[in-house]
Structures are given as C-alpha cells and as structure tokens.
Design a protein around this ligand. Structure first.
Ligand code: VG1
Ligand code: CO
Length: 549
C-alpha cells in the first residue's frame, strides 16, 4: 500500500461549531479542504495499531465522495479497519451505537443535520470519540488549532470501495467492512422498548404518520415501524433518502415539516405524528391537531419513563441544555433525582452519561435522548411516545391521546410556556451588535419592571463540567425575571451563512385555566420585552423571525 504525503496550506476557518464543521459543499470541494480537516482530526489522536474507525453519514450530496477520501486517509494514518454503513449511510444515533457496539476507536459522522443538501447547499463533518459521543470542546479546539498550522496530509493509494456491497474488503493493510446501516440500531431499539405492546397498539387501529423528510431515517423507520412493529406502509411519508433531501429543509418543526403538520391538522387525522431531521437525531411529536413542545416532550418522557422497559428501574438523573425549558426540572424534583443544566450541544451530556449521573437528556431544539447512545435520537423519542401510549392504553383499556397526556402533565406540574424565535442569516456585525447591546445593560436591567415582569438578574451563561472541571463560557445571554420567567439570547453555532440569532422565551404558568392558550399569545408580553431590550428590529432591519418553534 503506497502512502502519499501531500503538501497543503492551512484554511483558517475550520473551527467546529455546536456540532462539527459545517460549510457549503462548494467550500468542502476546494482542493485539500476536507483532507486538511480529516488530517487535523487524526493528528490530535493517538491511533493504535488495531484501531477501527466508524464512518457514515446522512446520505446527503458529497457523502459518498467524502467517505472514499476518509477511508484512504484512515489507511494512511494507521487505522487497521474502517466500519462503514452500506451506501455510506448511518444516522447520527446509529453511528453512535455502532461506535459503542463494536467498541471502535471513534467515528467520523458526515452530516449538516437539518441544513438543506445538494451541490449548492451544506455539508458537515464531525468526530465522535470511543464513547459514541461528539468530541468534547478540548478535542474540537485541538482539531481547530491543528487545522490552522497543517502543512501536509497522508492518503493511501488504494481503490475506491464498493459501498453498496455488504462484507469485508482488504486493501493493503486496511480492512473495510461495509455493514447493514439499520439492523444493529433496530436491534437496540427492540431491547429498550416493549415492541409487543406497541405492536398491539398499532393493531388495535391506533394510526400514525412518520415523516422522514427525504432524509436518513427513511430506511430506519421502514424497518422498525413497518417491518418490526407492523405499522401500515402508508404510515410512512418521504422515506426514500435522496441526496438533496427532496430539495427540502429537513428540520422537523411546524415550519419546515408542514407537509406532516397538514396531515395531522386535517379532518380524520392520524392519532400520532412524528418527523425527524436530516441525520435522524431530532424529532417532532404531534398528536391529532396538537403539537408537543420539545421541552415538554423531554419532561413527559421523564415523568413516564417507568413505563418503558429500559427505564423501569428509574432514572439516575436528567439533563437539559440551558435554553431548554425547566419543565423537566419539575419532574426531576418530584422524582427526587438530580437535574443538570448544560450549554447547548450534545457534547456536554457525554461526561454526565459516562459517569452514570444522568439517564435522559434533551434540548429545546427537538432533541431528546438517553444513555443508550451518546447522541440525541429521533426515532428513539418516537418509540418512547409510542411505548408510553401503549402502556397507558393497556392500563386504562382505552387510548389516551397525545393532547390528553400533555394536558394531564401540565395539570400536575404546571406549564412552562415556551417558544424560540430564530432570526436566520442576519449580517454577523448586526447580530454581534445586538448581543453587545444586551450585555451593555447587565448593570442597569436588574430590578427594572416591564409590565408584569421584573428583572431579577442577567448574565452570560458559563458551565463548569462537574466531571472533568472544564469551563465553557459565552454560552448565551440570560435575562432572568423574579417570577422565574426568562429570556435567553444566543448566536447559533451551526449555520453556514451570516449569523442566526435565537431568542428563547419561557414563562411558567401553574394555572390550568390558561393551559389552552397558544404559546405565542401567552408569551406576547415577553416577546415585546425581548425586542425592546435587544433593539433587534432596529439593528437587523428584520420585522419578524424566520422560524418560530
Ligand atoms: C442547534 C441547536 C442545538 C443542537 C445543534 C445540533 O445548535 O440549537 O440545540 O444541539 O443545533 O443539532 P445552534 O448552535 O445552531 O443553536 V443537529 O440536529 O443540527 O446536529
Ligand atoms: Co440533526
């Protein structure tokens, strides 16, 4: 096996964001760009002689090309084996499982998640460590530092692999094993959940619709929901993976998953609806004409977790990202288990799960998961809901609707009314100006009264990891009100164009008389406060958010 050492020049923009390096495909197609980043990853690792690398992606445009390059570079950099999903496909949670299940050294996941795909759209790459989780900040910082000084990379002179053919191929010193992308993951789901109860629920006429949004979960949903759980084939929509994700924006929320939303809000709608994102780690849960806010979904799964076989012994603890609502905190309190508040991004949950401190975790951005893998997991969340409904149905002798489950939860715990307003692709200077303007008021805001809200404190969130003591600063600006309501401002770390400013709004309402209110109505006053404190409209020229979730 001949190994070439190729001279290169550093690119200075390879800083991983919230979840890896995401750029336009055209940026990745520049000579050396992908190779530099992959070599920077490998250079930060100590690769032992028998090390195996897991590789897979969400199937978007450029996935297969990048995988061939990564295999050649893995060979040149001392890996003994590469495990790759058939056709280069592994959903993000499935990749996390493969890394753990086969105890591989780590993995490279190719995805830009819910960002659109295609030659003029986005691509992404990230490194996951042996625990199956996204590399922690100290690793991503080391990769970035390396990428700024890199002068050469190594690539083996070997042929392209047939990614379609399951089985092993030996190329020089490297073994490449193409594995079924779905079966290990489906087996794991069968172990966690009560498949026979879900099967009976579906046989009893409970109807569902799952939308893979033309992205990676299509084959997973077919195998799990239809082949193993007996859902009708018509329960699936948009389940063929296309390299452009059907030209869509596979972000499972009320804006982008409108096709599914239309089905669930029509006459004779199914009882349950769900969608997942480009790489299969996000989920949206809908009932008949009813939307479940992701923060509530996490709280409800936690509150009902004993109904799911994998969690029937109880939860060690729960964790949520800082901008996620405090609904799960209330459940944790009742269960007398700890609740951790971390910065945005799944990489912060890994240490807590590895140390056995938390079982479930979640983010307001349609991400929920557990310690079964080290990524958030869209289909897992769908199965949690189906298992909970099936178990309640068994106990009560009749179906309970999604809406009834959520409203019963609010009646018991109160409602953390919640919404996120995103202003996408605004000029970076304008976004930075807004953040600086809010921070400049940190000293004057406390005790100011805005209608029925009085500011208690404000800060820029920072987090000290309780396991390894590492400190992460600048994780979002918070305005905390005396009543417990809050507004958070944060700049996205996953976009590829300008800046995206997110405003997270949360107000707690214990009064059941208000629980029917639409979140935008219930939060109207807070939305006004957010706009006035930030001067967002004046500074960005934007009249309204791009997306409201
Ligand atoms: C967003 C979400 C964050 C999530 C991240 C990756 O990050 O807000 O909660 O972990 O995407 O999810 P940001 O920095 O744009 O706010 V995914 O499904 O894009 O891998
Ligand atoms: Co995703």
């Amino acid at each position: 096996m001949r190994i070439q050492t190729v001279s290169t020049h550093a690119f200075l923009d390879q800083k991983p964001g919230t979840s890896g390096l995401r750029k336009k495909v055209k940026v990745f197609q520049q000579a050396h760009y992908l190779e530099n980043f992959v070599q920077s990853i490998f250079d930060t690792l100590t690769i032992e002689g028998d090390a195996t690398l897991t590789v897979g992606g969400d199937g978007r445009f450029y996935n297969k090309t990048a995988i061939q390059t990564i295999i050649k570079m893995a060979a040149a950099n001392g890996f003994a084996k590469v495990l790759v999903g058939q056709d280069g496909i592994l959903s993000t949670p499935a990749a996390s499982h493969v890394i753990r299940h086969y105890e591989t050294f780590g993995g490279i996941i190719l995805s830009a998640s819910h960002n659109p795909a295609g030659p003029t759209e986005d691509f992404g790459i990230k490194y996951n460590t042996a625990n199956g989780g996204p590399a922690p900040e100290k690793v991503t910082e080391a990769i970035f530092a390396k990428s700024k000084t890199i002068t050469q990379y190594k690539v083996a002179d070997i042929a392209d692999i047939d990614l379609n053919a399951i089985g092993e191929t030996r190329l020089g010193d490297l073994t490449v094993q193409v594995i079924n992308s779905v079966s290990d993951y489906a087996d794991l789901m069968a172990k966690l959940f009560d498949f026979s109860a879900i099967k009976s629920l579906l046989q009893s006429g409970f109807s569902l619709k799952f939308d893979a949004m033309h992205a990676v979960t299509g084959p997973y949903a077919k195998e799990i929901l239809v082949d193993r759980l007996g859902a009708r084939a018509t329960s699936l929509m948009n389940c063929d993976v296309s390299e452009t994700f059907g030209g869509g924006h596979p972000d499972p929320n009320l804006t982008y998953a409108h096709e599914l939303v239309d089905v669930l809000y029509a006459n004779n709608a199914p009882d349950f609806g769900a969608a997942s994102d480009g790489d299969g780690d996000r989920n949206m849960i809908l009932g008949n004409a009813f939307f479940v806010t992701p923060s509530d979904s996490l709280a409800i799964i936690a509150a009902n977790s004993r109904l799911i076989p994998a969690y029937k012994q109880g939860l060690a603890g729960v964790a949520r990202s800082m901008p996620t609502s405090g609904a799960v905190d209330r459940v944790a309190k009742k269960l007398s288990i700890p609740c951790y508040e971390t910065p945005t991004g799944w990489k912060f949950f890994g240490n807590l799960m590895d140390a056995g401190k938390v079982t479930l975790c979640g983010e307001e951005s349609f991400g929920t998961g557990s310690n079964h893998v080290r990524e958030k997991d869209g289909l897992w969340a769908v199965l949690c809901w189906l298992n909970i409904i099936a178990a309640k149905t068994k106990a009560l002798g009749k179906w309970q609707s999604v809406e009834a489950i959520v409203k019963a939860h609010w009646a018991e715990y109160g409602r953390n009314v919640y919404s996120r307003h995103d202003y996408e692709a605004i000029p970076t200077e304008d976004a930075n100006g807004v953040m600086a303007h809010i921070k400049s008021q940190f000293l004057t805001l406390p005790n100011q009264v805005f209608g029925r809200y009085t500011v208690n404190t404000c800060d820029d969130f920072s987090y000290t990891d309780p396991i390894d003591g590492s400190l992460s600063t600048g994780q979002g600006v918070r305005i905390l009100f005396k009543c417990g309501s809050r507004i958070v401002f944060r700049l996205s770390g996953t976009g590829t164009e300008g800046a995206t400013l997110r405003i997270y709004l949360e107000a707690y309402d214990p009064d059941i008389a208000n629980h029917h209110l639409d979140a935008q109505v219930a939060l109207a006053e807070m939305i006004e406060i957010a706009l006035s404190v930030s001067q967002l409209k004046q500074r960005s020229g934007r009249e309204a958010p791009t997306v409201i979730t």
